[in-house]
Design a binder for this molecule. Structure first.
Ligand code: MN3
Length: 203
C-alpha cells in the first residue's frame, strides 16, 4: 500500500508565499487522492503492490492495459508531488551550491538567464502540468522541461532536479488567475540546497 507522507514542514510554514489553506488542501486532499486511486488500481494486482511509484512509472509498458493510464496518472501524481514538497522549505537556502551553479552557468549562460527561462516556461505552460529542471542523461546537460498532467522526467529517463507544480490547485485559492505572481513568489521557498543534492547524487 502506498501512503501519503506528512509534509516536512507545517502547512503554514511557507507563508506568505504559499498559504496554509492551499498547502493543506493540496497535500491532504489532492495528493491523498492520487495515493488512494493508485492503491485502488493495484488492488487486483498483488505482484505490483510492492513497487514504488518510481518503479511503476519506469515499467509502465508492463502494467496491464486496464490500469495503465490510472497508474501513469496517479503514480505520477504521487511521485511528482512528493518531489515538489521536498524542493520547498521554510528555511530555503538561496545560495546555489557551487557545483550546480557552475553547471547552470555552463548550460544556460548565467543564473539570471536560467531563472528567466524557467519562469517563462512555467508562465507559458498550457493547461495543467509541471516545469522541471532535469539532468538530461543523453546529452549530459541541464535542461528545462515541461510535462502535461502528472507525466514526469522519469518517463524519458531524465533525472529531475527541481519542479514547480503548475496545476491551478497549487495556487488558485490565494493567487486566483495570477499564475505569474505564484511563480515569482515560489522562488522564495525553493531550497537550492536540495536541488544541489539532487544534482550531485545523480552526476
Ligand atoms: Mn498538485
Amino acid at each position: 500500500m502506498h501512503q501519503l507522507s506528512p509534509l516536512p514542514y507545517a502547512y503554514n510554514a511557507l507563508e506568505p508565499f504559499i498559504d496554509a489553506r492551499t498547502l493543506e488542501i493540496h497535500h491532504s486532499k489532492h495528493h491523498q487522492s492520487y495515493v488512494d486511486k493508485l492503491n485502488t488500481a493495484l488492488e487486483k494486482y498483488p505482484e505490483l503492490q510492492d513497487k514504488t511509484a518510481e518503479e511503476l512509472i519506469a515499467m509502465l509498458d508492463e502494467i496491464p492495459e486496464t490500469i495503465r493510464t490510472t497508474v501513469r496518472n496517479n503514480a505520477g501524481g504521487h511521485f511528482s508531488h512528493t518531489f515538489y514538497w521536498n524542493c520547498m522549505s521554510p528555511t530555503a537556502q538561496e545560495d546555489i551550491p557551487e557545483e550546480l551553479g557552475k553547471a547552470i552557468v555552463d548550460d544556460f549562460g548565467s543564473i539570471v538567464a536560467f531563472k528567466e527561462q524557467f519562469t517563462v516556461a512555467a508562465t507559458n505552460l498550457f493547461g495543467s502540468g509541471w516545469v522541471w529542471l532535469v539532468f538530461d542523461a543523453t546529452n549530459k546537460k541541464l535542461t528545462i522541461t515541461s510535462t502535461q498532467g502528472h507525466d514526469n522526467p522519469l518517463m524519458t529517463g531524465d533525472t529531475p532536479l527541481m519542479v514547480i507544480d503548475i496545476w491551478e490547485h497549487a495556487y488558485y485559492l490565494h493567487y486566483q488567475n495570477r499564475r505569474a505572481e505564484y511563480i515569482q513568489n515560489w522562488w522564495n521557498v525553493l531550497d537550492w540546497k536540495v536541488v544541489g543534492q539532487n544534482y550531485t547524487e545523480h552526476i
